[in-house]
Design a protein around this ligand. Sequence first.
Ligand code: ADP
Ligand code: ZN
Ligand code: ZN
Length: 676
Amino acid sequence: MYADIAVCLPLPRTFVYKLPEPVERGCRVVVPFRKREIEGFVVDVREDAPHIEIHSIKRVIDPSPLLQPDVLELCRWIAKYYVSPLGEVLKSALPPGILPKDVVPLPLGEGTAKRRVKALTRPSATFSQTERESLAVERPVLTSEQSRALDAICTASGFQTVLLHGVTGSGKTEIYIRAAEHFIAAGKCSLILVPEIGLTPQLTDRFSERFPGKTAILHSSLTKRQRIDEWRRIDAGEAPIVIGTRSAVFAPLKNIGLIVVDEEHETSYKQEEVPRYHARDTAVMRAKLNRATAVLGSATPSMESFHNAKSGKYAQVTLTKRVEDRSLPHVEIVNMREEYLDAGKQVVFSRRLLQVIAARLERGEQTMILLNRRGYAAFLLCRKCGFNFQCNSCSVTLTYHRTINKLLCHYCGLARRPPDRCPACESEYIHYVGEGTERLEDDLKKLYPDARIGRVDRDTMRHVRDFERVLGGFRQGDIDILVGTQMIAKGHDFPGVTLVGVVGADAPLALPDFRAAERAFQLLTQVSGRSGRGDQPGEVIVQSYFPDHYTFQLAVTQRFEDFYARESRYRKAMFYPPFTALAGVLVNDREATRAASLARDVGEFLDSVRSNATRILGPAPAPLERLKRLHRHQLLIKSASRAALHQMLERLQSYIEEKKIGATRVIIDVDPVSLL
Ligand code: ADP
Ligand code: ZN
Ligand code: ZN
């Protein structure tokens, strides 16, 4: 017997080993490899002996596979589609550190014996009659739009993908719950993916409430042990509902009927390290492998998903109204150029915004203020010589954080004390430019000393507990004004909020990324969606220096279809997704000249294997030219044919291996979501 082994190393191909005993596909084994012993996965078993001398495996780790067949199949697809080493993909599909004994506990001692019985009886994914009846309580009556959407999701037999495009507050979560109930009744499991678990506690609460004891949660702030325990519960069939972030797409659910991807447009679904898979697209593939239904929900669908719906690849249902006849908020754009002229200086808050905040405080209603930059000041500038303070390792300016009195690099974490004098000209005229959330909180405290103010950003939110404390306090009405980064923009349902202020709405538009307008549109629509979700109608104030920009105009009036049409024209003309298949190739090196010459080599190689359907841009220095001491160059490959793009990337992968360039120096990113 022989086996094809995918070793857990950044190598694109598999290796053949001799099997002294039968081992199933999906099991982990230890093999000798280039004078070392490493872990690998059995991906195929066969009888025929190759003609060359081959080694035996050293030992078997898993007596039976922890990876189930559909997950193994899914990993193969990821490895191929995202041009990632199969061994590394398979490794990321299992919880770190999981061992066979975690899954079938040994009969030692009382506690473990109990666990073993539990695991062996393997309760089915369905509910008992009484449990099903208890589900019937406290369910709101669906709106007609919700019912239609639910029908579309539940009537299909076999694989289908449904894009659920529903305005904020239209009751999408309720539809996910009802759909999960439907599939449970049919004896099938549901997988619910969310962009970030800390940000959607109410979604997990609502599911746990409806399916008590049947819900498992998988996310990155669980401990290793907790993650393995949840995984085991799912594997044992104890939790037919799984809610989790990106990697939960590999959850060991058997008999999947439904996969929901909530806020499908979120970029956090893309893993930014190897394997660089997109959990949304991977979820659709997993649904396909299981002949299940995939539901992609969003108030602002990605251009990709909307295109797939338009072209008939996905079914589409639209929720145009908020539940209980609640109106969408009234949105107003304040022209900050006029504010500047009138005040004679740059101001953080417009007069209009201050006026409506004050009105909220008087009425006891809540306000959210969004600014997508943490810290106190964006950067420090010498007013005499123009020197600005950059990171030594990255080509970005350092951000000033006042609480800790440090200049921080938001990319590599470098921290230093702010100098009193300019290091270049010794002058004392150091100016703090631009504002962050810390500054906003400070200013608001001075403006409204009696108001209770909270802040949500990466500096204040270190753990899921922090989210629960601050967001829970906000929901209970213990906080009047909540300041935050994009962390507060999405998903939340705070009925007491009647005002949302967006400070620095222009920032996303300035990004050197073809998706800048899409991001700005999404951010604005999402953040507006936080206002007026309760009984009182909501209001949104957007501060901008370009109030006439079409992105703002269309976001303000919630004209998604118009935005899609306009943005489509641009993407088509410029050969960008969703009309072109795109891949990024990032070349990096500690030495500037070596980075540049390697990028040239890669560019020449790609050019030599390029098909007519394909264009190559670059190599050129990446927008973030230096990051964590590495010099970075970028190539973009656009292709009218995904197959042609694929072929090129596979050849590049072999080229990198043959030339022994090292997988970390050339990074291939298929369907990239960020081009920095
Ligand atoms: P979305 O996810 O589309 O933004 P949610 O699912 O969070 O919207 O729903 C918003 C609020 O409306 C929630 O508090 C939810 O419980 C409530 N809700 C949902 N469906 C209905 C309904 N049919 N009738 C009354 N309230 C509903
Ligand atoms: Zn100076
Ligand atoms: Zn840095």
